[in-house]
Write a protein that binds this ligand. Structure first.
Ligand SMILES: Cc1cc2nc3c(=O)[nH]c(=O)nc-3n(C[C@H](O)[C@H](O)[C@H](O)COP(=O)(O)O)c2cc1C
Length: 248
């Protein structure tokens, strides 16, 4: 098992996998890690669907266009989940307020599911496995994926995680320097433009020279183009379908 330092500092997204399966012991460790995720109020407002069935993975690939889902060994879908607490509250005769209809209710579920995904990813990487988060599992076809995964009301797909035995080792991507990411005692008040420009140049250079597919993408323009694409997502409607009718 890798050290925590290597696990976290050498981590990179892995999108190509060997056909080898992941052992039961490794999956048990990943499941146990997911179970021990810190969650808001210990409410555990999340669930995970571990998809290994080849046909289901192909359907998910067709819905998202993300090849990793088809080729990985385990595709895990991380869900914000208020279904379980509702079942128990009803059985115990406890009235549940419409927390799912609030922005904070959504955030709580999304944070819990995201932390669980990062826990799973970290354990997988420490075991020498490769992993890649798949946000398109949320955005590409929310209704079709909810139906395929048979999600009940109060359950919303936040993000996917493809895990497999790595078949590539891409170069580590340049990340923002500490000075841009870590603010001390309060948010920085000085002008960050120059440091941001320098980082943009780093990313442009990385994209032009990295091993594998190269591009002339910068950082800022490329990320903003993702935002433009995302402006077309109908996430509010997708959330409403799942029983999250955000009102406040
Ligand atoms: C929430 C989230 C969603 C992501 N969705 C996708 C995705 O749908 N497809 C993909 O190929 N990579 C996806 N990624 C991987 C990112 O592209 C990757 O983390 C980023 O480029 C940084 O590279 P690194 O992970 O190698 O450091 C996602 C990552 C996160 C955290």
């Amino acid at each position: 098992m890798k050290s925590v330092k290597d696990t976290l500092l050498q981590r990179r997204s892995i999108r190509r996998y060997e056909r080898e399966p992941i052992s039961d012991e490794q999956m048990r460790l990943i499941y146990d890690t997911i179970r021990n995720t810190p969650t808001s109020y210990n409410g555990q407002q999340f669930s995970v669907i571990d998809v290994t069935d080849a046909d289901t993975k192909i359907k998910l690939y067709e819905l998202t266009g993300q090849k990793q889902i088809k080729t990985c060994s385990h595709f895990m879908l991380f869900l914000a989940d208020y279904n379980k607490i509702s079942i128990l509250a009803e059985a115990k005769g406890i009235d549940v307020p419409e927390f799912t209809d609030t922005a904070d209710g959504l955030i709580v579920g999304v944070v819990d599911a995201s932390l669980a995904m990062m826990s799973a990813l970290t354990m997988a990487v420490s075991l020498g496995l490769g992993a890649c988060c798949i946000g398109y599992a949320r955005t590409a076809a929310p209704q079709a994926i909810s139906e395929l995964m048979r999600l009940p009301q109060g359950v919303f797909a936040v993000c996917g995680l493809a895990i497999g035995v790595p078949r590539e080792l891409p170069d580590l991507k340049p990340k923002q320097p500490q000075s841009l990411l870590i603010h001390h005692d309060a948010y920085r008040q000085d002008d960050m433009t120059e440091e941001l420009m320098a980082y943009d140049t780093d990313v442009t250079r990385y994209n032009a020279t990295r091993s594998g597919s190269k591009s002339d993408n910068d950082w800022c323009g490329h990320i903003v183009s993702y935002y433009r694409e995302a402006m077309g997502y109908e996430m509010l409607a997708a959330l409403r379908e799942r029983g999250f009718d955000i009102k406040k």
